[in-house]
Write a protein of this length. Structure first.
Length: 306
């Protein structure tokens, strides 16, 4: 069922256009993520301008799209339960980030990797629908945005980017100028502003060697969205990378509760969250992440500690 068409985007709401484009791109492959991209766009748009007639009309139509998607996927837990939806979006954002990071560390610089970095940052924006970002996600978002700008500008200037985390400097990435006239999805600014150019001057210039990304992580089945034409690689030739499955902590087999363990409602909520993360990871055949989260839940339930 096609979502109701939207009217032209008012200039005041230009900052949400890339989240809406991401939603369009993911409608068939990841409808849950597409739904929350639109929800983020709606909430952000309401904060920017919900009073002028053109903005009110646009946001009303966007709300109609959300309602239509709710009806279509009403039996999907990731739509009806925020904790499941949060885990689903976070897992997909991280997988896209890891794909781009692996390509970067391997020195494989191309437009699709740049787009994956930036789309990951857009999806981390979307996580604010569920509450404040964790420190780790906020760090990943800054890094992904800066990496997209840095690699893009290096390639545009005929320079070879440095792979992996390096000292950061101010970079700008004008996605609209790069994608003008093409059918590719725009991947520009995500913060409310009057310009489509992402300015990284507000990003810390500290060294990012403190970011720990597990090597060899594989991308979700449906990323990247496009394969560079000049590589000769097609989607049918892409094979999943063998996974490193973590060993199950032997102590969990014989763990005994230390005295009378009293679990708080917050403990139960955290354990449930770990289980939801594990379930979401399995949707992407990510056994490693699933095992890690299940172990965290089990340890919390047995010992009352994380």
């Amino acid at each position: 069922m096609a979502a109701p068409a939207l009217p032209p985007l008012p200039p005041q709401l230009k900052s949400i256009q890339h989240h809406l484009r991401t939603a369009q791109e993911l409608d068939k492959r990841e409808p849950v993520v597409a739904y929350y991209c639109r929800l983020y766009a709606m909430q952000t748009g309401m904060k920017i301008d919900s009073k002028t007639p053109e903005c009110r009309k646009f946001l009303s139509k966007l709300m109609d799209q959300l309602e239509a998607m709710k009806k279509q996927f009403g039996d999907n837990e990731a739509i009806t339960q925020e904790i499941v939806g949060s885990a689903h979006v976070e897992n997909y954002a991280l997988k896209m980030f890891l794909y781009a990071d692996n390509e970067d560390r391997a020195g494989q610089f191309h437009k699709n990797m740049i787009k994956s970095f930036y789309t990951a940052s857009l999806l981390i924006d979307v996580l604010t629908v569920f509450g404040d970002l964790s420190e780790e996600n906020a760090q990943h978002r800054k890094y992904a945005r800066w990496k997209a700008a840095y690699i893009h500008n290096c390639l545009k200037n005929g320079e070879t980017p440095q792979p992996g985390p390096i000292g950061m400097e101010g970079e700008s990435f004008d996605a609209e100028r790069e994608e003008a006239g093409s059918s590719s999805v725009h991947s520009g600014t995500t913060q409310p502003s009057s310009s489509s150019t992402y300015e990284a001057n507000n990003t810390p210039t500290s060294n990012y060697t403190g970011i720990h990304i597990p090597p060899g992580a594989h991308a979700p089945a449906n990323t990247p969205a496009e394969v560079p034409h000049n590589t000769g690689v097609t989607s049918s030739t892409i094979q999943p990378t063998p996974q490193n499955i973590p060993l199950v902590d032997p102590s969990l087999y014989s763990a005994q509760a230390a005295g009378e363990v009293r679990l708080t409602p917050e403990d139960f909520a955290r354990a449930q969250k770990y289980c939801k993360y594990a379930g979401s990871a399995l949707q992407y055949e990510d056994v490693s992440t699933a095992v890690q989260n299940l172990q965290k839940a089990l340890k919390l339930l047995i010992t009352g500690r994380e």
